[in-house]
Design a protein around this ligand. Structure first.
Ligand code: URA
Length: 222
């Protein structure tokens, strides 16, 4: 959306959340991404929770550090712990396919997790671990300033939103991320879809739900 159109819509009082946070505006109001480097430095050698004891690497996040779309998974697994990159295993390959279906590539989004270190035996991260890491995640969001956030799976969704619900509750709804008012959507976790491939058909509805929401608000995924 060009600058003229943004002003025209703003004058009409049209909801401006999308381009407020978008790359288009960042031409005028640069995202300060050295802030993300500060967070990377801060997390180095972190020992805020017990997950630090057995980790191979801190999996901070990867992708476009100015992306409009931020994807938040649960926790690094074995492959991620070994490589230091999020979603590089089988679930990661499926995530790439999901992004492709959205018309996006991994390079165009920013991917991270609720916790940055692998829980032993790939168990779910617990509340304390997510809380210990939440300061880093908040700072990542604050530096990247995405226009939308997509949480993967109900474990991440329940913990991030402070509720206890099933996926059926989360699907095709818009939430706000904390005080930021960044619209947040919840998708099935790719690892769950690998175990329950019959649910993949629902993903298309979820993607269309986001697209419809963005269309109404003058945005798009790409
Ligand atoms: N599952 C996640 O939630 N995150 C990863 O990075 C890999 C698998």
């Amino acid at each position: 959306m060009n600058h003229k159109k943004i002003r025209y819509l703003a004058e009409m009082g049209v909801e401006a959340f999308w381009y407020k946070n978008s790359r288009h505006l960042s031409r005028f109001e640069e995202n300060n991404n050295s802030k993300l480097d500060d967070v990377k430095r801060e997390i180095d050698n972190c020992e805020r929770c017990d997950l630090s004891e057995n980790r191979g690497s801190i999996v901070f996040g990867s992708g476009d550090e100015k992306s409009r779309v931020m994807i938040i998974g649960e926790a690094p697994g074995k492959d991620e712990d070994a490589s230091g990159e999020p979603f590089v295993g089988r679930a990661g390959k499926l995530l790439d396919e999901i992004l492709f279906a959205m018309g996006l590539s991994r390079k165009e989004v920013y991917i991270t997790n609720t916790v940055k270190c692998r829980p032993p035996s790939n168990r779910n991260p617990n509340d304390d671990e997510i809380l210990s890491c939440s300061d880093f995640l908040d700072k990542q969001i604050d530096s990247i300033k995405p226009s939308i956030i997509i949480l993967l799976g109900k474990v991440a969704a329940n913990r991030m939103l402070g509720i206890n619900e099933s996926m059926a509750f989360f699907r095709k709804k818009v939430f706000d991320f904390g005080n930021t008012k960044i619209p947040l959507f919840v998708f099935y976790h790719p690892a769950y879809l690998l175990r329950s491939p019959s649910q993949k058909k629902n993903l298309w509805d979820d993607i269309n739900f986001i697209k419809g929401y963005l269309r109404k608000n003058g945005g798009s995924l790409n």
